[in-house]
Design a protein around this ligand. Sequence first.
Ligand SMILES: Cc1cc2nc3c(=O)[nH]c(=O)nc-3n(C[C@H](O)[C@H](O)[C@H](O)COP(=O)(O)O)c2cc1C
Length: 422
Amino acid sequence: MTSTLPAPAAPAAPVGDAAPGGTAAGGTAAAGAGGTVRVGTDRPAGAVADPMTIGRYQVWPPVELAPMAGITNRSFRKLCREFGAGLYVCEMVTTMALVERNPKTMDMVRFGPQESPRSLQLYGVDPDVVRRSVELIVEDDLADHIDLNFGCPVPKVTRRGGGSALPYKRKLFESIVSQAVTAAAPANIPVTVKMRIGIDPEHITYLDAGRIAEGCGAAAVALHGRTALQHYSGTADWSAIARLKETVTSVPVLGNGDIFSAQDALNMMARTGCDGVVVGRGCQGRPWLFAELAAAFDGRPSPTPPTLREVAAIMRRHAELLCEELGPARGIRDLRKHISWYLRGFVVGSTARLDLGMVDSLDDLDRMIDQLDLTQPYPTDAEGPRGRAGSPQSKVALPHGWLTDPDELAVPEGAEIGTSGG
Ligand SMILES: Cc1cc2nc3c(=O)[nH]c(=O)nc-3n(C[C@H](O)[C@H](O)[C@H](O)COP(=O)(O)O)c2cc1C
């Protein structure tokens, strides 16, 4: 049996069957006993997992929208939240840009009124700058949850010793996490760590990093089961998530990598014992995946996948939100990168697909949508892996001599990046 998807078109669309009789869906927080704040929907009797605990937040379902630069802006977070519930993490911002109050970054860290808790991801390499950025977050009340990015594999980041290169320097990693945790403590803001398995098969860092983060007071650790060398190629190694779960025993372990369906999420939880899942590419062009995840964790039937008419309405809503957030010109341009994900598997025709990829106003979008055969059901070949994939990197770019001494504490020169975003 299946149920229908919640309608996305209304500005504050309810989650409908994704939130049966629950608290307001999409992550509205409610205070409970002992300072615990319940986030998301009520966990029903037939639920198939426990809530995910992130500091004082008890999150149901145990699902997090992965931070994705250029994707998880306010509009996309709002759209995903309208379908499901959990934690929805902002695009990464750099600690240097925050400390310098870079205008673009200050705009990126604005959250919508429905976003509670406000989850912010920071990228930083210098413990002192990281501390100052967290102090600023506390002083200006900018976020309720801070995630630290130690997973970015892109050369412009690893070349400076940041992202997935950093945990190799154990003491530097420890210093960053502990400075962030200490600075966030007065505001009771949980700090979590998101990382990869390591740099490459010869330089595996996740078990040490997990132990260190736990020791420093991180509220949870999330592992993407790939090395930096793998980039987004191949498959994520879920057995590493299981090993991390055996190693980190006092705080939740979140699993990440290759969750493209609700069943994948349940499989990852069952195979690894992880406490929650982090979902990235699977929801690109498919924000309703959060309704499917909510149903699966609640133990309810999966909603019926949307027809092309429903997908087009969701895409239209995404476009409206982007135009509101970024202005009409930037907003509609930003939508372009999502269009092929939304249309995947539908019979649309190459000309229409090309035109849609160049759409330059909401009216234009409406006109193009009207020309499609909107009666098509959701295509089975739209299932499975989506988004960035590609080949492994031939070599991970690292600062000169990076691998010589894992205990070196020095911050690599020019490591901090002053602009945020992907
Ligand atoms: C376009 C894109 C941008 C990303 N940006 C970030 C980021 O800013 N911070 C981060 O920690 N991970 C980032 N990631 C990695 C994802 O958070 C996630 O770890 C990765 O995609 C694996 O999960 P998945 O298989 O569910 O996609 C990004 C991934 C993609 C595809």
